[in-house]
Every structure is written in structure tokens, then in C-alpha cells.
Design a protein around this ligand. Structure first.
Ligand code: FES
Ligand code: FES
Length: 160
């Protein structure tokens, strides 16, 4: 067993796991943060996307040990107190989800985009979500959701 110490959603956590443990399995297992979904386990679907130091990472494609000492944000960390994150609000308002399986990963990839590019073009949004697959929506409303969230953040003078 190896001890992994990371910050998750602003909280320092520590877990003893086998060294081959994937980050997604640490998050969904010992940390009990099941908002991060696990679809393919082969780095294709994007459902497991989280932020590591603000960058979108497919958590099935890295070992927990590889993020030792770093800051991880999962979908549970998006809300601001009792208020949903503007991305979450926009996905609801623009019907950016149907079954919701892809949604946590979509939100985290979109969040990483808005952190580095607060006012993205439609092309940049499509590029940023390229690694996130959705079987339900046809993507149009997802892109519209990210556009609306960017506008809402700009109107409030906030960053993602
Ligand atoms: S479960 Fe990680 S990309 Fe599909
Ligand atoms: S909303 Fe069902 S997979 Fe995207």
C-alpha cells in the first residue's frame, strides 16, 4: 500500500491504496465522490474528467500516485456554497444534458476551458470538449451551455 496525500475540492485528504490505483478509483472508492463517472476506462469517453491544478485530466488515465501533493477538483467541488456553478446553471437552462452520464466530465472540461479562456469561441468550445463523448444530446445544447456560462461569468466579473 502507498499513502496518497492530495487536496480534493479544497480539503486535504489522505488514503492508503495499492500503488497501481487509478485516480478515478481513488475518487469513487475511498473518497466516495461518485459524481465522477467511469465509462470506458480507456481514456476515450471523458466521463471521468476532473481538474488537476486547474487542468482537465481523465482520471482513468492517471495513477492516484501521479497526482501526489496536487489539487484535484471533482464535480462535487464546482458549486459555490449553496449556489450552483454558472456552468451547472447553464447546463440546466440550456438543456445541456439528458441522461446526465457524460455531464460531470463535460462540466469539468468546460470549467478548465473557461479558466484558461474566459471568452471562448464556439470552435474553442468544441475543441475543448473533443475528448468528452455524449450519446444523448447531439452536443448542440452542450456548446450553447458553455457559451451561456461564459457570458454569465463575464456579466458578474467572475472567473470559472
Ligand atoms: S472512464 Fe475515463 S475516459 Fe472514459
Ligand atoms: S447526456 Fe447522456 S451521455 Fe450525455
Amino acid at each position: 500500500m502507498t499513502t496518497v496525500r492530495i487536496t480534493v475540492n479544497g480539503r486535504p485528504v489522505e488514503a492508503d491504496v495499492p500503488p497501481q490505483t487509478l485516480l478515478v478509483d481513488l475518487i469513487r472508492g475511498p473518497l466516495e465522490l461518485t459524481g465522477t463517472h467511469q465509462g470506458c476506462d480507456t481514456a476515450q469517453c471523458g466521463a471521468c474528467t476532473v481538474l488537476v491544478d486547474g487542468e482537465a485530466v481523465k482520471s482513468c488515465s492517471v495513477l492516484a500516485l501521479q497526482v501526489q501533493g496536487r489539487a484535484v477538483t471533482t464535480v462535487e467541488g464546482l458549486a459555490r456554497g449553496d449556489a450552483l456553478h454558472p456552468l451547472q446553471e447553464a447546463f440546466m437552462a440550456c438543456h445541456g444534458l439528458q441522461c446526465g452520464f457524460c455531464t460531470p466530465g463535460m462540466l469539468m472540461s468546460a470549467c478548465a476551458l473557461l479558466k484558461r479562456e474566459p471568452s471562448p469561441s464556439r470552435e474553442q468550445i468544441v475543441d475543448a470538449l473533443e475528448g468528452n463523448l455524449c450519446r444523448c444530446t447531439g452536443y448542440v445544447n452542450i456548446v450553447a451551455s458553455v457559451e451561456q456560462a461564459a457570458q454569465a461569468l463575464a456579466a458578474k466579473g467572475e472567473r470559472a
